[in-house]
Write a protein that binds this ligand. Structure first.
Ligand SMILES: NC(=O)c1ccc[n+]([C@@H]2O[C@H](COP(=O)([O-])OP(=O)(O)OC[C@H]3O[C@@H](n4cnc5c(N)ncnc54)[C@H](OP(=O)(O)O)[C@@H]3O)[C@@H](O)[C@H]2O)c1
Length: 297
């Protein structure tokens, strides 16, 4: 029997990649903002009732971290109220719900990598709204799989990798924050692991729950910028700046409305063990994306 998958947020970084990855799992109904305003509870309920999915994959979210400080109502509508409604609908209809959480549920004050069970303490509205969404999913009593991800990039939409390539081509000098660390994660990896876990769950491997999903290794935004430029130059991209010319700078030099965690590194052993998966080092998939972008330019 065909597995029906309802994919929400299908035009986002992760959602776009899921359109491709989920094809190996079942029939995908890809929903974008044009199809449904996901803050409209009646419309979302109708969507679920009409599509009769076996699995809902929610890749939609309010992700404008700084704007969320002044638009908390919108952030909570997408990041808390939508997962809460999906959890309720999923429980009533025995649908498996897939959702995504964020490293921003942690305040980043821990000296080591974060475990799934570490105390959440969001330092900004975005993180607080995402944490409220996770708690709502857990409270709903539905079957769920939540992947906590961080530092997401892709060939689509605005993200750090694309911004650095643009700035390195336009400018003569660049200063990047070096006191926030994390593990840069391609949206394609998140989508592929999501699809793999769904197939494995179906085969009796792994269990629902909350899992950290990130490549191995860690770096700072400054280290990531240097690696992007190093790889970009190696691929023949026309960049004005050399990696060693990128200046490290403290977060305090770039005040933003939302506070960001200094440490976003997450342990991923739980995911690797439960689903018998191996995660790549963060530099490996970055090469792949830069090759793609280079071939397009
Ligand atoms: N990006 C990161 O670094 C990061 C880090 C940690 C966790 N995450 C989590 O990972 C998941 C995927 O993130 P992402 O980077 O793929 O996000 P994204 O690129 O911002 O995509 C979010 C999608 O949600 C859609 N959306 C927002 N409001 C909507 C509404 N009212 N009705 C319908 N659709 C709406 C957006 O539509 P439009 O395209 O029309 O705007 C967009 O396609 C999210 O749960 C996010 O919280 C992301």
């Amino acid at each position: 029997m065909t597995t029906n998958i309802l994919l929400l947020g299908a035009d986002g970084q992760v959602g776009w990649e899921l359109r491709r990855s989920l094809l190996s799992v079942g029939k995908v109904s890809a929903i974008t903002r044009l199809d449904c305003d996901l803050t409209d509870k009646e419309a979302v309920t109708t969507l679920v009732v009409d599509h009769k999915p076996d699995i809902i994959v929610n890749a939609a979210a309010y992700t404008a971290v700084d704007l969320a400080e002044s638009e908390s109502e919108q952030a909570y509508a997408l990041n808390r109220d939508l997962p809460a409604l999906l959890g309720e609908l999923a429980r009533q209809r025995d649908i498996l719900l897939i959702d995504y959480s964020t490293d921003y549920v942690f305040d980043g004050s821990k000296d080591e990598a974060y475990f799934e069970h570490d105390q959440a303490a969001p330092a900004n509205i975005y993180g607080a709204s995402k944490l409220a969404g996770l708690q709502a999913v857990q409270d709903s009593g539905c079957r769920y799989l939540v992947f906590r991800v961080s530092w997401v990039y892709s060939a689509r939409k605005g993200n750090f990798v694309k911004t650095i390539l643009r700035l390195a081509a336009e400018r003569e000098a660049l200063s990047i924050v070096n006191d926030q660390i994390g593990s840069p994660t391609p949206a394609s990896l998140i989508a592929d692991i999501t699809a793999n876990c769904l197939l494995l769950l179906n085969a009796g491997i792994g269990q629902p729950g909350v899992y950290h999903l990130a490549p191995t290794g860690q770096t700072s935004w400054h280290g990531l910028a240097q690696e992007i430029v190093r790889q970009g130059i190696a691929l023949g991209m026309a960049l004005n700046i050399k990696p060693e010319e990128i200046q490290p700078t403290p977060t305090s030099a770039y005040p933003t409305p939302a506070q960001r965690p200094a440490n976003s590194v997450m342990h991923t052993e739980k995911l690797q063990r439960a689903f018998q998966l191996q995660l790549p080092h963060w530099q490996e998939p970055l090469v792949h994306l830069l090759q793609d972008l280079s071939a397009r330019s």
